[in-house]
Design a protein around this ligand. Sequence first.
Ligand code: SAM
Length: 213
Amino acid sequence: MKEEFWMEKWNREDIGFHQQAPNSYLQEFGTQFFEAGKTVLVPLCGASIDMKWLKDQGLNIVGVELSEKATQWFFETHNLELKITELDGFKIYESENIKIYTGDIFTFKDWDNIDYVYDRASIVALPKDMREQYVSLINKNLSHTSIFMISFSFDNEELGPPFSVDSEKIKRYFSDLFEIERVKEVRTENPPIHGGVLPYIKDSLYFLNPKVK
Ligand SMILES: C[S@@+](CC[C@H](N)C(=O)[O-])C[C@H]1O[C@@H](n2cnc3c(N)ncnc32)[C@H](O)[C@@H]1O
């Protein structure tokens, strides 16, 4: 997916992926997974309300998002006072305990001091070649973190985004460096996404914990 694809989506407000309420898996399992006071990276964060939920649990948030409109949307929605700075080609929107780096995750460099990754609809947003680069970024820079990953899967390798990322792929991508636990999976018949052509979609929650801390 090219940058313009996502910019266009935000500009047209064609953002079916954007949730109005915090993710149900996050609400059900987030408090047992995340420890207050630590830092969570939210790659491809959009304007996700999940970042507000995590912040309200006492975590520090580092988001990375291509679209400045999405970043502004987040801060406006939650009425947060903000400061804007620039670093390494990123425009950083910052408020108490939250920083959103506006720019491309593939040029992000500030990997230090991250304890967790929260991925909801991020790995599935990327086509195969970019997804493999994203997996490499995680394995190279974040193999000491614990990852709360919500992925979607269905029977079609071509359609996307969201693309299908099933448990076999999660295993292939991450099992060298992480212990993988599939915590919950919900199957929905005839989901409305992709023009209603899919017979089903599975929403899966994985916990990835480092094999070596
Ligand atoms: C499917 S949305 C998911 C957003 C968010 N995780 C959520 O749950 O609402 C994917 C987001 O990734 C952003 N994005 C796509 N490619 C990116 C990249 N290379 N670097 C940073 N953000 C990117 C898009 O602009 C979009 O907001």
